[in-house]
Design a protein around this ligand. Structure first.
Ligand code: B12
Ligand code: SF4
Length: 479
């Protein structure tokens, strides 16, 4: 095996987190496969549990990958990924270890200085990973000077070019040189135990299932598909916002992949038994590309259940196009985050997010008129929020529940590289973590969420608010 890509979720005795792999792992593997390199993806959560750990050293011994790629995408898996890198170096000292993903990109230099990590790839990983793997597989015996020369040409690569000297190659975003028609974001044939990933087990429960009515929204047999990359918005708490895209990916604006690539992937997904599509990529308030993509899927008679995260309020024409192209139990997910318009404005910071409560309710009415389901997300612990703002959130959440929509209230995460992470004082919050070490220490615990706290709201108040709101929501009978 030339390259093994590993996804390590955060597995704890009472919960599993990060069971969804980054969508990009399929396109990374596809890029290697197209270059004639042999590659497999291993999702440790599908084949192991704290009670029945997987024998990774035996797997590595059998396949002897020259390069092992670890995904440090979501910060919640920091401690697992660092421990895994050490385990790989102990059991397979010949293997080179490369790490990539959002969190890896944010902490690239510190991560590369870890003894068990040889390389970090920042930003979009496709061209860099294929180049790196080809260089390492080259028959050339690699005199150190020659290897260093070749590594210097790999875009986005971070590596040690001498003792204590970390070198950061310049950043190139993938949109600059997209391989036309050669991309795929669906390669289950390259994933070990893929039948467990596309199955009836529920991998991700962001809909709070302590609220009885929400249980109907949970879904399985799902493909988490991302038909493009980037975001034009600048939410204060988000580690993938426009400014972070520019800093970590050198991406100035979001883009979609071509419609034919998307349709081909989704045709193969349908043949593979995928029933539900979750799309969490919605950069254009007009949603022009989506109407084109949905029409192309309908033309091919592909009819999935859709769970669609709306980054801005959906308008009637979009609701109608979802209604006509997907199954009736499809769901639009809206995220006003706060019940207070002022807190929304201070955190979501874009005119497309400057909607009033009435705009939100009108938008939900059009979802209801189309006979579709809607799930509305609120956050708790947003910067500048105090107890009276939380009361506004609760009022709005209960009102929307009474209209028949489903609600989840979640603590706001502390994303690395987000605006609040960079400058917590400006946002009057306490960031739980300021460095890779802090994330590693915190994620090694059994605590479930790493929220933000402030001098106006403590972590305990936020948790109590969520629990009480869950109890109140459970008292409202379904329509
Ligand atoms: C789509 C999305 C989701 C989808 C997942 C789809 C998927 N399978 O990837 C869903 C809805 C499931 C989701 C859930 C969560 N998400 Co999310 N999500 C996004 C979103 C909107 C887009 C991500 C994207 O565009 N990916 C593009 C795809 C194709 O590329 P990619 O997967 O990023 O992979 C590329 C690179 O990252 C890199 N790479 C990745 N892994 C590796 C490994 C190696 C070896 C290499 C070399 C490179 C590499 O190369 C890849 C190819 O170029 C971003 C926000 C944003 N605008 O960016 C947040 C974002 C990534 N999510 C975030 C968070 C916090 C979460 C949750 C933890 C939230 C929660 N508390 O539940 C969960 C985690 C769920 C899980 N894993 O089980 C944060 C991450 C912050 C951080 N650094 O940790 C982000 C940045 C913003 C946010 N707050 O939503 N999310
Ligand atoms: S929360 Fe969503 S809309 Fe806001 S910046 Fe992040 S990805 Fe963009």
């Amino acid at each position: 095996m030339d390259c093994l890509l590993i996804h390590a979720p955060r597995q704890r005795p009472r919960f599993n987190q990060i069971m969804v792999m980054p969508a990009g792992l399929f396109s990374l593997a596809h890029g290697l496969d197209r270059r004639g390199l042999s590659v497999r993806i291993l999702h440790l959560g599908l084949i192991s549990s704290p009670e029945r750990p997987f024998d990774l050293p035996a797997y590595l011994k059998r396949h002897r990958p020259a390069l092992v790629g670890l995904s440090l995408h979501w910060f919640y898996s920091t401690s697992e990924v660092l421990a895994l890198a050490e385990e790989i170096k102990r059991s397979s000292p010949h293997a080179r270890v490369v790490v990539g993903g959002y969190t890896a990109s944010c902490f690239a230099e510190t991560l590369c200085a870890q003894p068990a990590v040889d390389y970090v790839i920042r930003g979009d990983g496709e061209p860099a990973l294929a180049d790196l793997c080809s260089i390492l597989m080259d028959a050339d015996p690699h005199p150190p000077a020659r290897l260093s020369e070749r590594l210097a040409e790999v875009p986005n690569l971070v590596y040690a070019s001498g003792p204590k000297r970390i070198r950061k190659n310049s950043l190139r975003c993938f949109d600059a040189d997209l391989p036309d028609g050669q991309l795929s974001l669906f390669r289950p044939d390259l994933l070990e135990a893929a039948s467990g990933y596309f199955s009836t087990s529920i991998l991700y429960k962001d809909f709070d299932d302590r609220i009885v009515s929400n249980r109907r929204d949970l879904y399985s047999n799902v493909l988490f598909y991302t038909p493009g990359r980037g975001c034009p918005f600048d939410c204060s708490f988000c580690g993938g916002s426009r400014r972070v895209q520019q800093r970590l990916f050198a991406r100035r604006k979001p883009f979609f992949f071509d419609t034919q690539t998307i349709v081909t992937d989704l045709q193969r997904a349908a043949r593979h038994g995928v029933k539900t599509l979750r799309l969490s990529f919605d950069p254009d308030p007009e949603r022009r590309r989506y109407r084109e993509i949905f029409a192309a899927l309908a033309k091919e008679k592909l009819r999935f259940r859709l769970v669609f995260d709306c980054w801005t309020l959906p308008r009637q024409d979009f609701v109608r196009s979802v209604q006509s192209c997907f199954t009736r139990d499809s769901l639009l997910v809206l995220s006003p985050d706060a019940g207070s318009a002022q807190i929304r404005a201070r955190n979501k910071r874009h005119p497309a997010h400057a909607f009033s409560d009435q705009d939100l309710l009108d938008s939900l009415e059009s979802v209801r008129d189309a006979g579709m389901g809607g799930h509305v997300f609120f956050g708790a612990g947003l910067p500048f929020e105090d107890a009276s703002d939380l009361a506004a959130t609760r009022r709005l959440a209960l009102m929307i529940r009474k209209m028949g929509f489903h609600i989840s209230v979640l603590p706001i995460d502390c994303d690395p590289c987000s605006a609040v992470f960079d400058d917590p004082r400006a946002f009057r919050v306490e960031a739980r973590a300021r460095s890779l070490d802090d994330y590693a220490r915190w994620t090694a615990t059994d605590r479930r969420f790493m929220g933000l706290a402030s001098d106006t709201l403590s972590e305990r108040q936020i948790a109590a608010f969520i629990d009480e709101t869950v109890a109140l929501l459970n008292r409202i009978p379904g329509p």
